[in-house]
Design a protein around this ligand. Structure first.
Ligand SMILES: NC(=O)c1ccc[n+]([C@@H]2O[C@H](COP(=O)([O-])OP(=O)(O)OC[C@H]3O[C@@H](n4cnc5c(N)ncnc54)[C@H](OP(=O)(O)O)[C@@H]3O)[C@@H](O)[C@H]2O)c1
Ligand SMILES: *[C@@H]1O[C@H](CO)[C@@H](O)[C@H](O)[C@H]1NC(C)=O
Ligand SMILES: *[C@@H]1O[C@H](CO)[C@@H](O)[C@H](O)[C@H]1NC(C)=O
Length: 316
């Protein structure tokens, strides 16, 4: 018994020492594309912190004009300054976008369409995880509303501009968590029952399904679309869940930095020759596995129609 304990004792120490190696293995996947972006225009949602901020910084570094679409403009302005200083690119602009309010989304799109002739890269990155049951301004459950419906509307409103700027790309930041997601059409807004974790997973499954459906619809338009799992990343995402915050703290030595977390989004936005993989799901800068649900075209179509219906958009 004591011998067994003595044998186990060095284990945490070994693990601790091996952590940098293991982290290296887990955070494989680096965007190696040399593509530069002078004259290109990009929009990144939720760009004031975490993965979005690092994604925006790299796009700016490569010379794009980058719009930080943030719900908190003040936070956004601080980050814009920081990116301008670090990259020397002054074309980093902040615009108000609250994905929990369709009026704000429409106002953002209207403003953007009026001021920009082109849009080459749209990164649907913003997201909430495991927040307590709450509703958006329009009465959608928060995860569904922000992570899925908000970005659905945003993409829809910017689609003509993307097409007119082809080749253009849309990157949807989803998650491995989609594996645990089921689309519960009878309880899409969490009114019959609500579990914060499942609600997050459902919304992330919706991201994968939409990427595929959008890819089918955009075939031949020169606009391509990708879903991304960024990895397990040390960011503010766990802010609503004490449990997840503890888990993230416990395993912090295995987490990716936000910069590492941005690599797969960047890979999908930049790497040449990815067009034939439109609609695919990427992890660690490679095509990754999706759940069976996430490959179900019937569910994807239905979700598309239901989303149009909820947002008052014409079915097509
Ligand atoms: N971290 C991970 O391990 C992980 C794993 C898988 C997938 N992801 C995905 O990666 C994406 C980025 O997450 P992150 O880890 O960088 O988290 P984060 O640090 O919490 O950043 C999330 C961003 O989304 C913004 N946001 C939240 N609600 C919004 C709203 N209603 N309107 C506009 N913006 C809103 C936040 O703005 P405020 O700062 O103003 O709240 C923030 O900028 C998310 O889609 C997430 O699901 C992350
Ligand atoms: C991304 O997801 C949003 C919402 O889930 C959807 O509206 C949009 O069509 C998707 N875009 C891509 C490129 O997958
Ligand atoms: C797709 O999902 C529906 C509803 O969940 C199910 O009835 C159908 O068998 C699934 N199709 C495939 C090909 O898995």
């Amino acid at each position: 018994m004591i011998a067994a304990l003595l044998l186990l004792l060095p284990l945490p120490l070994l693990l601790y020492m091996a952590a940098p190696r293991i982290r290296e293995m887990l955070s494989s996947g680096v965007c190696t594309s040399p593509v530069q972006l002078p004259g290109k225009v990009a929009v990144v949602t939720g760009a004031n912190t975490g993965i979005g901020k690092e994604t925006a910084k790299e796009l700016a570094k490569r010379g794009a004009r980058v719009y930080l679409a943030c719900r908190d403009v003040q936070k956004g302005e601080l980050v814009a300054k920081e990116i301008q200083t670090k990259t020397g690119n002054q074309q980093v602009l902040v615009r108000k976008l609250d994905l929990a309010d369709t009026r704000s989304i429409r106002a953002f799109a209207q403003g953007f369409l009026a001021e920009e002739k082109q849009l080459h890269i749209l990164i649907n990155n913003a997201g909430v995880m495991m927040c307590p049951y709450s509703k958006t301004v329009d009465g959608f459950e928060m995860h569904m509303g922000v992570n899925h419906l908000g970005h659905f509307l945003l993409t829809h409103l910017l689609l003509e501009k993307l097409k007119a700027s082809a080749p253009a790309r849309v990157v949807n930041v989803s998650s491995l968590a989609h594996f645990l997601g089921r689309l519960n059409f009878h309880n899409l807004q969490g009114e019959k029952f609500y579990n914060a974790g499942l609600a997050y997973c459902q919304s992330k499954l919706a991201n994968v399904l939409f990427t595929q459906e959008l890819a089918r619809r955009l075939k031949g338009s020169g606009v391509t679309t990708y879903a991304v799992h960024p990895g397990s990343v040390n960011s503010e995402l766990t802010r609503y869940s004490t449990f997840m915050t503890c888990m993230w703290w416990l395993f912090s030595c295995f987490l990716k930095t936000p910069e590492q977390g941005a690599q797969t989004s960047l890979h999908c936005a930049l790497t040449e020759g990815l067009e034939r993989l439109s609609g695919e799901y990427f992890s660690d800068c490679r095509v990754g596995w999706v759940s069976a649900q996430a490959r179900n075209e019937t569910v994807a179509r239905r979700l598309w129609d239901v989303s149009c219906d909820l947002l008052g958009l014409p079915l097509d």
